[in-house]
Structure formats: C-alpha cells, structure tokens
Write a new protein. Structure first.
Length: 374
C-alpha cells in the first residue's frame, strides 16, 4: 500500500476491501446496491487508510456537491437554533443544502471527524461555538474544503463572532454607572467543552471593570457553573448564603438564561428587581424582552448569515480579495426594567430631591415595577 494518505486512490481501498471499484465508490457515496455490511467494511478501511474522496472525482460525478456541513455541539439551545436559521436562509437562496451534525461530547466529535474525510459529501464545513483541536484540524485539512467558524473559534479559519470582552464591559459598566459596588457574577461553561475558552472575555471584563472603578473582586460574589438556568438559580442562592451581611446589589450573568435563573432565586428570597438587586445578562434572548431583562444584544441570526456568506465567498470561482475573513458582530446595551440605581445611591438621590421629608426616604418601601410583584 502507498505510504502517504495523499497518494491513496479508490482502487487501493477497493483492493483492500476485496470489492470492485464500482462497489467501493457506491459504498463511499451512500449509493444504492451495496449491503450494509459491505458499506461499513469499505468505510472502515477508508478511515483506517485516511482515504479522502477526490475532489476531482466529485466534480466528474456532477460538479460540486452543493452541500455544506454544519457542526454544532447542541441543537436544543436557542443560540444554536438561531445560528442554524441564519446559515440555512443564505445557503438555501444560493441553492446549497445544509447537512446538520450534532457532536455533543468528545466521543461524538471523534467519531464525526474520523468519518467525515472518507465520505467527502460536502464542499465546506461550518463549525459553531466549539474549539477545533489539532487532530480535528488535521482531519479537516485532509478534505481540502473550506472551513468557517461561527460563534467563537480557536483555529485560523475565517470566522464571525462577537467581542465577548466588549459585551461584558457594556453590562458591568452599566451597573457601575448606576452606583452599584457589590456586583456578583454568574459565569457558565459547557461541560462538553472543558477548558474552553481558556480565558473568558466576559469574566475578564468583570474583573477589569471593577478594578478600573477601584473595587477589589470579592470571590464570594463569583460563581462558575455548568451552563443552564437552574444551575444559575443555585449559584445565586449560594452567593446570598455566603454573604448574609454584605449581599450584592447587582448581578452580572454571562447569558440571559443564567440571569433569569438568578432572578428566580432573588424573588423567592423576597428581593425586588431592581429595587433591591439589579440583574443584567448577555444575548437578548427572546425571553429577555418578555421578562423586562436588561441585556447586551447580539444578533445570532445575523452572525449565521455572515458565516454562510463567508462560505460562499470561499467557494466562489474567483475569490474576492476584498471579502472579509474575520467579522466581529456588534453588541449593544438594551436597558429594561431589571436594572436601576443601587439602593444606597437611590436613597441619596431621593434625599437630595424636593421630598419634604428626606429623612424618611431610605425607610420607604419601593413601589414594585409590575403589579404581579406586589
């Protein structure tokens, strides 16, 4: 057998599998007329030999596949659904089909990246919000197709994402400008992607914003949990229990779903939002507007559309030298009813107003923002 993967041909795979060239071709392309056992045998040999279906053979068989693989770690979460929506809209208008692959854990990812080069069923791959390690980059390189990263990336591919640090600063600076000094943070990580990102831009923003305001970070106010609203609710309870005499007046959550989990705990403890505690998140999840949550907006669907256009640019017969290869999508602060002045700050404002009895301002109960909170 040839020593280098690049020198392998379909004939080599067919010979090793003991089948005809036609059968080997049909097995690799999921065509009819091949038994399941034979197909799996051919695919196993192709994987073992690191055989990659020739792009020239694909073109001879009828041009480009006009298919793009979209690789996501989750499909049930809002973020990934929005990303898929944006990508599919643009690719469908260009007559490309989208093949969706969910690779939740390490075993799923290993299986996907092992199988993909041998099948060579796509013209490009879009990787959404998970790191591509060295072995996976090598497997993708075997295919010789365009690779685009969306929602964060760890390799040198064209990409689109937001500036997490900037988003975090928008959120924390808003709380500081409202007079808050005891600001908690609830961060989250994906248990299926341990250690990534190595440095969270949103956490760095929290530390830098407090430092710039001359405030020391109190680690009793910081929790890092597995992703999910219920985990955030438990983290909020832990923070309150750890700081009975110096509870936070504000909470910065890394996402809106975390923020909503924190709000549930705060309300169950009898605390008012925002009179007692302000809460801000990131994303502008559809539930943010419904729950009057202050947040940092990002358009995930738009990022998906940009990722799809990066794919089309890479596949263009004559690539546009001016086409972007790295896009940072904008983020904006959306102030709603879940944030307000810090309690002490609010009292000082009331005392300095035209209130005929300023000495009573701090003892008056705040009026709930919504009837259901009364």
């Amino acid at each position: 057998m040839p020593d280098q993967p690049g020198s392998l041909s379909l004939s080599d795979v067919a010979r090793e599998a003991g089948v005809s060239l036609t059968t080997a071709s049909r097995a690799l392309n999921d065509s009819y007329g091949v038994s399941a056992a034979t197909r799996e045998k051919v695919l196993a040999i192709a994987r073992r030999l690191d055989y990659v279906v020739s792009p020239d053979a694909v073109r001879l068989a009828g041009g480009r596949t006009r298919r793009v693989a979209l690789v996501v770690p989750h499909i049930e979460r809002w973020f990934f659904g929005e990303m898929v929506n944006g990508i599919e809209t643009v690719l469908a208008s260009a007559n490309f089909d989208l093949l969706l692959y969910q690779v939740g854990g390490p075993e799923d990812r290993q299986d996907f990246f092992t199988r993909l080069p041998a099948r060579r069923k796509v013209d490009a791959v879009v990787v959404v919000a998970f790191p591509v390690d060295q072995r996976e980059r090598e497997r993708l390189a075997l295919m010789g197709v365009g690779i685009v990263a969306a929602g964060g990336q760890s390799a040198d591919y064209p990409y689109v994402c937001i500036d997490d640090y900037h988003a975090g600063r928008l959120a924390v600076d808003h709380l500081l400008e409202s007079g808050h000094r005891r600001i908690a943070m609830i961060a989250a990580h994906d248990p299926d992607q341990p250690g990534w990102p190595a440095r969270s831009g949103r956490s760095e923003a929290y530390v830098d914003a407090l430092t710039a305001a001359g405030i020391a970070v109190d680690h009793c106010l910081v929790r890092d949990v597995d992703w999910g609203g219920l985990n955030a609710a438990e983290a909020m309870a832990d923070i309150l229990d750890a700081t009975p005499e110096s509870a936070p007046t504000a909470v910065f959550a890394h996402s809106d779903e975390l923020a909503l989990g924190a709000i549930r705990t705060l309300r169950r403890r009898g605390l008012r939002i925002p009179e007692d505690v302000s809460v801000v998140g990131i994303d502008d999840h559809p539930l943010a507007a419904l729950t009057d949550l202050t947040t940092v907006h990002q358009s995930v669907r738009e990022q998906g559309e940009i990722a799809a256009r990066l794919v089309l640019d890479a596949l263009a017969p004559i690539p546009d030298g001016d086409a972007p290869t790295a896009v940072t999508a904008p983020t904006t602060l959306v102030v709603r009813g879940s944030t307000g002045p810090a309690p002490d700050h609010a009292r000082s404002l009331a005392a300095s107003s035209d209130d005929p009895h300023p000495e009573l301002a701090g003892s008056r109960p705040a009026v709930p923002a919504h009837p259901q909170e009364r």
